[in-house]
Design a binder for this molecule. Sequence first.
Ligand code: GTP
Ligand code: MG
Length: 318
Amino acid sequence: MSEQEKKIKSLEELGISSTILKKLQEVGITTIEALAAANPYELSQNLAIPLPTLQKLVAQARAALGLGFKTALELKKERASLPKITTGSRNLDSLLGGGVEVKTVTEFFGEFGSGKTQLCHQLAVNVQLPPEKGGLGKKAVYIDTEGTFRWERIEAMARGVGLEPDKVMENIFYVRAINSDHQMAVVEELKDLIPKENIGLVVVDSVTGHFRAEYPGRENLAARQQKLNRHLHQLISLAELYNVAVVVTNQVMARPDVFYGDPTMPIGGHVLHHAPGIRVQLKKSRGNRRIARIVDAPHLPESEAVFVITDVGIRDPE
Ligand code: GTP
Ligand code: MG
């Protein structure tokens, strides 16, 4: 991607005529990202714009976002330079290769009380830190499907990192998703909210809860998996196109390995297995200690990290 391409931030800068711009707006295409994700054939039919014009525009939008071919070396440099959000624990950060990465879906899975929700709270705070302190200097979206979000924890964690609590809470856009359809609709809405509000992190806690409740049992497994795959695809393209970190949680049984093979068990290990991203297993240990382990990530070392959950948030053990 050349310097010049990088600078293009809006549709206007692509030199689109106002007539076409208006037609695109009518179908909700108001950003470079939305245009890059559009299908020129479909648009051409719906908007009565010549196909070659749209193909050119979509290609320009994709080029502006760096979505064309790149060399492996460019890819390596790009991955290495991706900003990361600190978890509050150096141990956990280094396990993750520096922290929770943008353009990536990170899944925290583990049994109840393993610290998934606490980590989500901490990241919603830490994303707001300036880059030199391990944040992105950006805001957070928190999609809560289980009603376990607590502003009191945000307040305490904000104090813990020396940020002004009210300011931090003002920068977290919270939504309680009431069912899986709502959860998916909310993610669609983020395409407008992310650029408008300078969002750097999207949390979905938990990503699987509604789907399990709505599609119980073996007979619904295929339908559930299909819909969940669509949701995950939504989240993956959100991360990649909109340059945000996506963090999802997934409750699993204490010993998933014991239940492998039985599809009726609520084992997240199966559910999200084929989605790209980083999967982190959390386990309870003595007292407030928790153990994190990376699963299925060939580029990261097979090791463990120990962190603690304290009154002021996620930290390294003393
Ligand atoms: P489920 O959503 O039930 O699957 O669990 P989870 O993995 O989301 O667990 P969560 O992150 O809610 O962790 C709960 C644990 O965090 C509790 O058991 C406490 O150990 C710890 N915790 C929560 N709030 C506080 C607090 O204010 N102070 C301290 N010191 N620990 C807390
Ligand atoms: Mg939780």
